[in-house]
Design a binder for this molecule. Structure first.
Ligand code: AMP
Length: 198
């Protein structure tokens, strides 16, 4: 059976959205499209794009909307994203919401649901600190973390109001075990008629 779920997962750094995003995408048989992962893979691979974004990412700033939009449009145009996808980390501000809307509308598509992983600021900071020690990500320095959290609060969190007006936001309590949170997400999606296929 082919899944058709066009999903976005939103949450502060350290909310666990990357981990839950992978599980949800697997359950729905759709690819995860994570802009952060795409950028990191390009940095690792030493590509032109990687060179363009390294410094920006290390500072905790956003990569320019134009460039990010182009990467996402390319990725969503691949065959495996034709019937659905889970976006993680894009859109991240109002301009990117507009770009995505335009791109999807031209294909006669729209997002089906936005999963908002709600985690208190203190908890997300604690989780990022643990990740910084475990993974040693180059943008997990104290300064870059603070900047990313600020950008999240000032630019990314407001997009939830935009999607909220469309009635597509599911606010999920992001505190609990991985299994508990996953079950909350799939229950909310099922209630919208989006049923996991795997
Ligand atoms: P993430 O893994 O989602 O936390 O992203 C890591 C970094 O990649 C961010 O701090 C930005 O520098 C860059 N990035 C990821 N997604 C976007 C986006 N939608 N717009 C601009 N920059 C992004």
């Amino acid at each position: 059976m082919t899944a058709s779920a066009r999903l976005l997962i939103v949450g502060p750094q350290g909310s666990g959205k990357g981990t839950q995003g992978v599980r949800v995408a697997e359950a729905y048989g759709i690819p995860v499209v994570s802009t952060g992962d795409i950028f990191r893979a390009n940095i690792k691979g030493g590509t032109d794009l990687g060179r363009q974004v390294t410094e920006i990412m290390d500072r905790g700033d956003l990569v320019p909307d134009e460039l990010t939009g182009e990467i996402v449009r390319d990725r969503l145009s691949q065959d495996d994203a034709a019937d659905g996808f889970l976006l993680d980390g894009y859109p991240r501000n109002a301009a990117q919401v507009g770009h995505l809307d335009e791109f999807l509308a031209a294909r006669g598509e729209a997002l089906d649901a936005v999963i908002f992983l709600d985690v208190p600021r203190a908890e997300s900071i604690a989780r990022i600190s643990v990740r910084a020690q475990e993974q040693g990500r180059s943008d997990d320095t104290e300064e870059a973390i603070a900047k990313r959290l600020d950008i999240y609060e000032n630019e990314t969190a407001p997009i939830l109001a935009v999607y909220g007006e469309r009635g597509i936001v599911d606010t999920i309590d992001g505190v609990g075990s991985l299994d508990e949170i996953f079950t909350r997400i799939t229950a909310a999606l099922s209630a919208r008629g989006l049923v996991a296929t795997v």
